[in-house]
Design a protein around this ligand. Structure first.
Ligand code: NCD
Length: 314
């Protein structure tokens, strides 16, 4: 895979070699991210930070990563900014962003929206979530965290828990992990099982996928427990949301100590709602705030590779 001038729209673009390149560079970003080393390599570059759907972490992380490297940015301060209110098309907004910016990060509620923006903007675009579609940079930072915490992912059993139907981070991570020899356990209420298309894809590629409703049984065997919230904004039927809410999972420190392998790590893309009790936070296994830190490193490395600055940052 070629990073230079490329858009990052799906995890399907990646192979193991490109991931190794990206992660090696991400590790070298630690000092810059902590400001132990000053870096202005992206001075004069402008990031277009286009979030048409709610975001806290991904937006802050994408913007902080660019600014840590000396770049500037223009952004949509909230989802009701002018072009949306006036009825401008996504394509026109994208085309303009392509005039002002060198690289664009976009989040939008429609599946395929990032691809549309990339076509219209003519500049590299990073998909920061296209509705229930994909969220490739989240999957990359998730994988980076697993590698940093465990040393390797080979042979790991990964349990994905919760709203697997609508959770785009799950869709991207499940696909990305196909590059490695993992086993999958999908734990969810019936109404929000993983899309059959994804399950078929994984099985068709020779991967073991177990689907269950049983939280305890599912997480006992896991090396990675990837919790997710109910994506309540994607439900059209309030009655269905209530059913899912009523049977939802909640992980507590007691569950971790009684059920999980001592070496298992607990992950979450955040925001959490009730599915991880705060008493889990103090456990060594809790990796979700490390994921946030790692997200900045991975996004910094990605910008450098896309903008062809990877050899010039010190
Ligand atoms: C996720 C998202 O927006 O898909 N958050 C994130 O980017 N870290 C997960 C979620 O909203 O549940």
């Amino acid at each position: 895979m070629e990073f230079h001038k490329s858009s990052i729209l799906s995890v399907r673009q990646f192979d193991r070699e490109s991931i190794e390149t990206l992660f090696a560079l991400a590790r070298r970003m630690k000092k810059i991210a902590r400001r132990a080393v000053r870096c202005r390599v992206l001075e004069g570059y402008i990031l277009g930070s286009l979030f048409f759907e709610e975001s806290t972490r991904t937006r802050w992380s994408s913007e902080a990563a660019f600014q840590r490297l000396g770049g500037g940015m223009i952004n949509t301060t909230d989802v009701r900014f002018s072009s949306m209110v006036k009825g401008e098309s996504l394509e026109d907004t994208a085309r303009m962003a392509g005039i002002f910016c060198d690289i664009i990060v976009v989040r939008h509620k429609e599946v395929g929206s990032a691809t549309k923006v990339a076509r219209a903007a003519g500049k590299p675009v990073i998909n920061a979530g296209d509705g229930p579609g994909e969220h490739p940079t989240q999957a990359l930072l998730d994988l980076f965290t697993i590698m940093e915490d465990r040393g390797s992912i080979k042979g790991a059993t990964v349990a994905m828990v919760g709203d697997l139907k609508h959770g785009r981070t799950v869709h991207s991570l499940a696909r990305l992990l196909m590059l490695y020899g993992v086993k999958y356990i999908f734990i969810s209420p019936d109404l929000v099982r993983a899309p059959p298309k994804i399950v078929r894809e994984l099985r068709g590629n020779g991967f073991a996928v177990k689907e269950t409703r049983d939280f305890e049984e599912g997480i006992r065997k896991a090396d990675v427990v990837y919790m997710t919230r109910i994506q309540q904004e994607r439900f059209t039927d309030p009655a269905q949301l209530k059913v899912v809410n009523d049977g939802y999972y909640r992980l507590t420190a007691r569950h971790v100590s009684r059920w999980c392998k001592p070496t298992a790590i607990i992950m979450h893309p955040l925001p959490r709602v009730n599915e991880i009790a705060t008493d889990v936070d103090r456990l060594r296994q809790a990796a979700y705030f490390r994921q946030v830190e790692n997200g900045v490193l991975v996004r910094m490395a990605l910008y450098l590779l896309i903008l062809g600055k990877e050899g010039k940052f010190v």
